[in-house]
Design a protein around this ligand. Structure first.
Ligand code: HEC
Ligand code: HEC
Length: 250
């Protein structure tokens, strides 16, 4: 998988300063941009290793946009996509698309796309397909959580000095990608426990994801406008105007 260029490729001068400042904003998001962050997370809480880890990788993201996305049913720019994570994953408010903070974040993404070819984007449904064959068990997930997660994320998901919150008022909101069970299962399976990634079975990962996402978290009132063409994936946990929810979220 692509790890992106090393720091030796960061140029001297204003361009290099912008790259480094963008990376710093993504790592210290709440301290740097308090007016735009509504929870206890930072961008790299989920985009690990400064966005160089496989799940949620930012390597090449610059050349994957503009991109049509069914959640908004529009062609999204990279700035739009960044602001989606501010509004949902960070439970906050968008940056000005033409301001210096957005510019520096996008410049860091541009740097990470060095030598990455422009290519068609695989649909997220194909990346998440393997999770569709597993049935999540929330009660089993509570046991996985107690055994493998609580020591860092806290017994009530509130976060500790070593790991961010997983639910409650300081967590990602219901409209965030991570609130989808399959998306969370993929992240957990590849990255958690932080000190032993890959040690969970797929079943344990999806059970933990279902348990975490069954807990209370901030609402996202605009969620009713998501997937306006009615093509929401099955693990979306909320009804939309285009698709009233009938069964249990999974
Ligand atoms: C709670 C976890 C979480 C946090 C915090 C978070 N993100 Fe994300 N982000 C995701 C997930 C999940 C995706 C979808 C990943 C995928 O499709 O593989 C995503 C996708 C993205 C993408 C598009 C990636 C692509 O390949 O299309 C960008 C850009 C992005 N996030 C930027 C940010 C920025 C900037 C911040 C901080 C303001 C942030 N994210 C905070 C979870 C998070
Ligand atoms: C050894 C400590 C540790 C353990 C154990 C651990 N995590 Fe994490 N977790 C972390 C750290 C550290 C981060 C990323 C923090 C950062 O860099 O900002 C993280 C991030 C996360 C995130 C994304 C950010 C957020 O808070 O929403 C999720 C989801 C998550 N962990 C779930 C789990 C689950 C589920 C388990 C159990 C299977 C688990 N973790 C076990 C330390 C841990």
């Amino acid at each position: 998988m692509l790890r992106g260029p090393g720091d030796s490729f960061i140029p001297d001068g204003p361009l290099g300063t912008s790259i480094r400042r963008g990376r710093a904003l993504l790592a210290a998001t709440r301290d740097s941009l308090p007016a735009h962050v509504g929870n206890g997370l930072r961008c790299v809480s989920c985009h690990l290793d400064d966005g160089r880890r496989q799940s949620g990788s930012w390597v090449g993201v610059y050349v994957r946009y503009p991109q049509y996305r069914p959640r908004s049913a529009t062609v999204e720019t990279i700035e739009y996509r960044v602001n989606d994570c501010f509004r949902r994953s960070m439970n906050g408010t968008p940056l000005a698309s033409d301001g210096p903070d957005m510019r520096d974040i996008v410049t860091y993404f541009w740097f990470l796309a060095r030598d990455v070819p422009v290519a068609p984007v695989p649909p997220s449904s194909s990346r998440l397909a393997k999770w569709a064959s597993l049935v999540p068990d929330t009660a089993a997930g509570a046991r996985v959580y107690a055994a493998s997660c609580a020591r860092c994320h806290g017994p009530a998901g509130e976060g500790t000095a070593v790991a961010p919150p997983l639910w409650g008022p300081q967590s990602y909101n219901i409209g965030a990608g991570m609130s989808r069970v399959r998306t969370a299962a993929a992240f957990i399976s590849e990255n958690m426990p932080f000190d032993a990634p890959g040690s969970l079975t797929d079943q344990q990962a999806i059970d933990a994801a279902a348990f975490v996402n069954a807990q209370p978290r901030p609402d996202f009132p605009d969620k009713v406008h998501d997937w306006p063409n009615g093509d929401a994936p099955p693990d979306v946990a909320y009804p939309t105007h285009a698709k009233p929810h009938t069964g249990q979220p999974r």
